[in-house]
Design a protein around this ligand. Structure first.
Ligand code: NIG
Ligand code: FE
Length: 422
């Protein structure tokens, strides 16, 4: 319309980047096996952002110069590295209250499963969540999300599963929907009604509720991108997991599985059979699971923080990559098994404990974790046309320093949707 100026496209030029990490042509959706040892980097580079997208990048020696200075912000990244933001494909970041008493109980000798049997664990969080308002849940989750954004997370998946009743699961998913509309990073919502059996109802009736009451309503209100099941002894069996995920598939809601965390319960088999997007945890994955995964499109995902915090056995992460599989890393941020969403620390744990190389761990926390939350086309690497969700590090000599300085925050500047937010 005449007289109304078009909004100006804001541009950012980052120059003198010591190393531009994880660039590609935007066509790779995941990396597997030996490929995971390669991490494409451009030394002494520049990166241009236009609007909310990555516009171009290259080496400083080939920098074409600036023809249009209008609305241009120039950042000098001398001595610093630029990364695509971490993609955290598995969290339970919406919750009420903490569970530090259970942490102390575990220090004093109780196991995670013993605590759960006494009504602690997931049911403890469900009790706390039932008393919390949507506003309280929203505010506390937003605070945690803002914190992890400053640690480099630029995409996040969030599960329900502390509601368990029809009303409380919908409450959680509505909170996640509100988060989606209020934060500059993509949020993927996962319905985890089958996280535990709530008090006062049989497992069969709960599964029936999940399938016949919750799923149809959630699909109708478009509240979930994915559906997850805790496939574990004393929780849900392989067959129950398949039954729920097959139902979810009918609504176009793809599956994810909490698989082989505390025992071998068939979660990987259930995930592969129901064409799940990812199977997560994997401490008890065995040889035959590895070959099953090789014939599938399901992303094996490790959660090194939960394994560390609960003192579980290590997942066969090294073996999986050596067998030619892809691997993703996520945080599992939740009040029971991993009260941290620091992806830098998750990467460090994977390198220190499971002997992933820094290249493998960074691939696992970017391109492969983007795949594990259905964002492979828009996130997870520096590519022309991808979303400009990136971070600039403090002055560090190279990317291996991220897992090496394991408790430090390497992130200095965060850019989301093409806007500098810190
Ligand atoms: O991913 N394993 C099941 N669910 C969560 C933890 C749940 C909790 O203890 O609150 C996990 O570890
Ligand atoms: Fe989890």
């Amino acid at each position: 319309m005449e007289g109304i100026a078009k909004p100006k496209v804001v541009k950012i030029l980052i120059k003198n980047i010591k190393s531009l990490v994880q660039f590609d042509d935007g066509k790779r959706l995941k990396v597997s096996g030996l490929e995971m040892k390669k991490l494409p980097c451009l030394e002494n580079a520049w990166l241009a952002i236009e609007g909310d997208k990555i516009a171009d990048f290259g080496e400083m020696k080939d920098f074409p110069g600036i023809s249009d200075w209008s609305n241009l912000q120039v950042i000098d990244a001398s001595g610093k590295l630029v990364f695509p933001s971490w993609c955290d494909s598995h969290t339970h970041i919406v919750y009420a209250g903490n569970r530090e008493q259970e942490f102390v109980d575990r220090i004093n000798g109780l196991s995670y499963e013993e605590i759960a049997k006494r009504g602690g664990g997931i049911l403890n969080s469900a009790k706390k969540l039932a008393d919390a308002t949507e506003d309280e849940l929203f505010e506390s989750a937003m605070k945690r999300i803002r914190e992890v954004i400053l640690l480099g997370t630029g995409a996040i998946e969030i599960k329900s599963g502390y509601g368990l009743s029809f009303e409380a699961e919908l409450k959680m998913l509505r909170v996640i929907k509100k988060i989606k509309g209020n934060i500059a990073i993509p949020v993927r919502a996962t319905f985890l009604g089958a996280h535990a059996v709530p008090v006062g109802i049989t497992k069969e009736n709960h599964i029936e509720n999940v399938i016949s009451k919750m799923l149809p309503k959630i699909a109708e209100e478009k509240l979930a991108d994915y559906c997850d099941v805790f496939c574990e002894r004393n929780y849900f069996t392989k067959d129950e997991t398949i039954r729920i995920l097959v139902e979810a598939n009918k609504y176009g809601i793809k599956g994810k599985v909490h698989a082989e965390q505390l025992s071998h319960a068939g979660g990987i088999e259930a995930g592969v059979e129901s064409k799940a997007l990812s199977v997560d945890h994997l401490e008890f994955a065995n040889e035959s699971d590895l070959s099953l995964l090789k014939s599938s499109d399901t992303m094996p995902t490790i959660l090194p923080g939960a394994q560390f915090f609960l003192g579980l056995q290590y997942p066969p992460a090294r073996k999986m990559i050596d067998a030619g599989l892809p691997l993703a890393i996520a945080s599992d941020y939740n009040p029971g098994s991993c009260p941290s969403g620091n992806m830098n620390f998750m990467i460090a744990l994977a390198c220190i404990n499971y002997k992933l190389t820094p290249e493998e761990a960074i691939n696992a926390a970017t391109i492969n974790s983007a795949y594990a939350m259905g964002l492979g086309k828009t996130h997870g690497s520096i590519a022309i046309g991808k979303q400009a969700n990136i971070f600039i590090t403090k002055e560090i000599p190279n990317y291996a320093v991220i897992p090496y300085s394991f408790a430090n925050n390497p992130v200095e500047t965060v850019i989301l949707d093409g806007k500098v937010i810190s």
